[in-house]
Design a protein around this ligand. Structure first.
Ligand SMILES: CC(C)(COP(=O)(O)OP(=O)(O)OC[C@H]1O[C@@H](n2cnc3c(N)ncnc32)[C@H](O)[C@@H]1OP(=O)(O)O)[C@@H](O)C(=O)NCCC(=O)NCCS
Length: 183
């Protein structure tokens, strides 16, 4: 997988990304709003990237590396994870790269790639309600609020991808044609 935005290269992960990714997630500020909130150890980070690569090779549905064009450095990931009945969409960046619009830039491009190239449906994003920056990104994706929950004693909210209006229209037309044929 490879795509470019004005400031970013978004591509498949490689083994050589592991040390930089491990550095990013060793920072408690980065992991504060993830799962149990604890920083990740090197081995955990390595397993995560290896899992991303396995998924990418198997189906193409994966978290992807996000690299700054200006510096050529890995700043984090954006992408998908196939779960039992939906596709989780997520992102994670080094603290020094926050608040510069990279999160939004990558999310919009990767969502477009997922929908058009991978033809994904049932994409969802789950975040802690305290994660204001993620909520702001989600708002720009046009997802709709679906489900509230709790994880490790903190409030979460899940947002679902809205069906593209064309699909809804297409199905209404198909239904109408089927009814007409049945008359
Ligand atoms: C959440 C995260 C991905 C946001 O990435 P980012 O590159 O900073 O996002 P952007 O710069 O595109 O900013 C998105 C919006 O959030 C706002 N924002 C950014 N950092 C913020 C902060 N610390 N507090 C409040 N708002 C913030 C921006 O102003 C922007 O809002 P706007 O477009 O309405 O002006 C990043 O903070 C991160 O990696 N956090 C750690 C991992 C994480 O929490 N992942 C998500 C789990 S659901």
């Amino acid at each position: 997988m490879y795509l470019e935005t004005p400031r970013l290269v978004i591509r498949s992960f490689a083994i050589s990304d592991i040390p930089q990714y491990a550095k990013i997630v060793s920072d408690p500020r980065v992991t504060r709003d993830l799962a149990d909130g604890l920083p990740h150890r090197y081995k955990e980070a390595e397993n995560y990237i290896r899992d991303c690569m396995r998924r990418d090779e198997a189906t193409g549905v994966a978290r992807y590396a996000v690299v700054r064009k200006s510096e050529g450095d890995l700043i984090g990931f954006c992408g998908f994870k196939e779960l039992d009945d939906y596709i989780d969409f997520g992102w994670r960046y080094a603290q020094h790269a926050w608040s510069q619009g990279y999160g939004t830039e990558a999310a919009l491009a990767v969502l477009d790639y997922g929908v058009r190239a991978l033809r994904l449906r049932n994409i969802t994003v789950t975040t802690f309600t305290a994660n204001v920056a993620s909520l702001r990104i989600i708002r720009k994706l046009g997802f709709s609020r679906a489900l509230e929950g709790e994880h490790h004693g903190r409030r979460t909210v899940r947002y679902d991808q809205q069906e593209p209006p064309n699909n809804a229209l297409q199905r209404t037309r198909q239904r109408r044609r089927a009814v007409e044929r049945g008359r």
